[in-house]
Structures are given as structure tokens and as C-alpha cells.
Design a protein around this ligand. Sequence first.
Ligand SMILES: CC(C)(COP(=O)(O)OP(=O)(O)OC[C@H]1O[C@@H](n2cnc3c(N)ncnc32)[C@H](O)[C@@H]1OP(=O)(O)O)[C@@H](O)C(=O)NCCC(=O)NCCS
Length: 137
Amino acid sequence: MSAQARAQLPVLRVPATPAHTNAGGDIFGGWIMSQVDIAGSIPAVRRARGRVVTVAVESLVFRRPVYVGDLLSLYAEVVKVGTTSITVDVTVDAERNPAAPQVVRVCEARLVYVAVDGEGRKRPVPGAGDTNLQTER
Ligand SMILES: CC(C)(COP(=O)(O)OP(=O)(O)OC[C@H]1O[C@@H](n2cnc3c(N)ncnc32)[C@H](O)[C@@H]1OP(=O)(O)O)[C@@H](O)C(=O)NCCC(=O)NCCS
């Protein structure tokens, strides 16, 4: 699959369950933030061809509440590559109400990852090269 086709698919799909609620019974924003960080790291690792660490969350906005039972789809796209850093935009959509399905944009974020070696030291991001996935079945 080409990198372009892959960018249109969610990198992560995860249900919001009662295990992810706060004391008030709503979905805990911190849980969504961790899903955003995981989602953003997926294209960052691919682009870095190896380990990355999160260095910054440049922005994160919760646009709508998330409810128990929502199915979250997280999309992540590399928007900038520096010497050692990779900037990724993550958007989160919630699919809800299976009887009359509705998709709502609930969160948007921009995160920066840094490519690191086995000792956690920053390393240059390699050239773009061929990022098509080879699938074996
Ligand atoms: C990421 C880390 C290796 C960077 O090391 P460093 O010596 O501070 O590196 P630099 O200051 O040169 O920054 C490295 C890159 O990150 C970018 N960067 C650093 N701080 C940033 C910030 N606050 N916002 C955006 N980008 C930032 C720099 O612009 C640079 O990008 P470039 O190489 O593409 O130009 C180091 O800060 C680190 O280990 N941080 C902890 C990461 C971590 O554990 N994350 C998980 C938290 S639980």
C-alpha cells in the first residue's frame, strides 16, 4: 500500500469503554491524549525507520466530548521532517449511535517526535526513500 493511501486510513481504532472514565463518569481526557501520542508515533516510527521519543505536544484541542460506547478512529500524518525531528498531525473522530451512525471530530493535535538510537540519543532522520509496506501473506 502506498504512503498516500495509508494516510487516509486510521492508524488506530479504539473503543471508549467505562474503563476509561474519570470520577464524573465521562471519558478521561488523559486517556485520549495517550491514544493520540500512540497514534502519532506510528507514522513517526515508520518515517524514522526506528525508535522515536515524544519531545513536544505543540497543540491539542478537544473539540467535542467523547462518550462511553464511542468508537475512536485516530488519523496521523507526518507534516514536517527536520534534522532529527518529525512533526505529526493527529485527528480523532468518534463514531457513535449505531442505530443512526454519526461521526464527530473530537480532537486535533500536533506532536513532535525525535528519532533516537538504542541509547536514547537523538539521531538524524533518514532520507524519505521508499516507504511502501511489503506485505507477506
Ligand atoms: C528528545 C531528546 C533526545 C532531544 O535531545 P536534545 O539534545 O534536547 O535535542 P535538541 O534540543 O537538539 O532537539 C532535537 C530536535 O527536537 C526539536 N525540539 C526540541 N524541543 C522541542 C520543542 N519543545 N518543541 C518542538 N520541537 C522541539 C528540535 O527542534 C530538534 O529538531 P531538529 O533536529 O529536526 O532541528 C531529549 O530532549 C529527550 O530525551 N527528551 C525526553 C523524551 C522522552 O522521554 N519522551 C517521553 C516522555 S515520557
